[in-house]
Design a protein around this ligand. Sequence first.
Ligand code: ATP
Ligand code: MG
Length: 290
Amino acid sequence: MKADRYRFDGTHPCALRALPCNGKQDDLDKEKILARTAANLEEMAKLQDAFYADGREGLIVVLQALDAAGKDSIVKHVMGGLNPQGVRVTSFKQPNGEELSHDYLWRMHKALPPRGSIAIFNRSYYEDVLVVQLHDLYKGYKMAPRTLEQDKKAFFEKRYRQIRHYEEYLYDNSYRVVKIFLHLSREEQRERFLARIENPAKNWKFSLSDVTERAHFDEYLDLYEKVINATATPESPWYALPADQKWYTRYLVSEILLDALGRCCHEYPRLAPSALAELKDCRDRLKAED
Ligand code: ATP
Ligand code: MG
């Protein structure tokens, strides 16, 4: 699949600046891509039905990106084709007081889906090694000095390890985690911010902090690269997808979801002979009514 070229599973390094933010290199025909996306969405809905009925595995899709990269649009246009009964979307904002008084995985764990369901994490525990690292937020946490008084590098190396272990724990407990980074160019981010300012229907999407965070664009890119390389594994891969053309990003995400659902258990449960006999009996009784 086209998304494979953007897949990182720890077997080769991810160099974000060498990766494209648009699909020019992928020789695209927009009409064909739109048609394939629509076909993928239909296929996804079918697979999700079986995945839900099967109920032996859960799927967690982590969406990470800089502002205006299109996380919300992915949730709306790609996940929107799924049966809402089996999907749970959680947006992780700045942690509140109760969340901050717990470990950083606490709120994630609460948002885990039951097996047979899909959780979309719109931002995630990865913020705890991204924004928290970039702005030294952890230094203000109410935590024991022994946990904070260590070298910054060591602090975050430990967190990378904890995240790898957490994802391994989830995998061993019948969940799959797929992580998607929407790789937006600096120029396209500027265009999208301007559109949010100039179009009254988009004003609400803009916040002043978007511009202050933009000043750290390059630092974020470096950090994302580090984080992706530290946490990409074959069981919980990262995808660093070009995000400048929303229609192409949506297509790639639909491919990734289809692939992930295909890897999960998705067989309709087979009934035991005694249950089948009961079904036959019920059918005979219903038929006898006419
Ligand atoms: P939108 O596209 O609507 O702007 P968003 O995901 O950026 O979506 P916002 O409410 O604008 O939502 O921002 C959420 C903010 O919360 C982000 O700046 C993110 O970095 C921050 N955040 C998330 N998790 C944490 C965390 N653990 N610690 C500190 N900040 C966090
Ligand atoms: Mg925002």
